[in-house]
Design a protein around this ligand. Structure first.
Ligand SMILES: [Zn+2]
Length: 97
């Protein structure tokens, strides 16, 4: 993948390393840690979805309202899918605090 200029390249690197790390771990697999595995696979899906958005030039935009997601929010979780406003509306999401 080619390096990209601007804020995207840094975050893309973070996403890619997160994705490859998760892939490595999930491929090992083990029984008895079902919940941990599910969490990991869910996280991998989020990362891969974010990488897809990056490819389509939509990375960093909220999936729900289309607004730009804050850079601080993206840095703490590059695979985040929603802006602060929509995160609050999402049922069942624990939130950072
Ligand atoms: Zn939003």
């Amino acid at each position: 993948m080619k390096p990209r200029p601007g804020q995207g390249s840094q975050l893309a690197g973070a996403l890619e390393s997160a994705g490859s790390g998760l892939r490595g771990e999930t491929s090992v697999g083990s029984t008895g840690l079902d919940q941990a595995r599910l969490d990991q696979e869910h996280e991998l899906q989020r990362v891969e979805a974010a990488l897809k958005r990056l490819d389509h030039g939509r990375f960093g935009h909220c999936l729900y309202c289309g607004d730009q997601i804050g850079l601080g929010r993206l840095k703490s979780d590059p695979a985040v899918e929603s802006c602060d406003t929509c995160e609050e509306d999402e049922p069942g999401s624990p939130g950072p605090s």
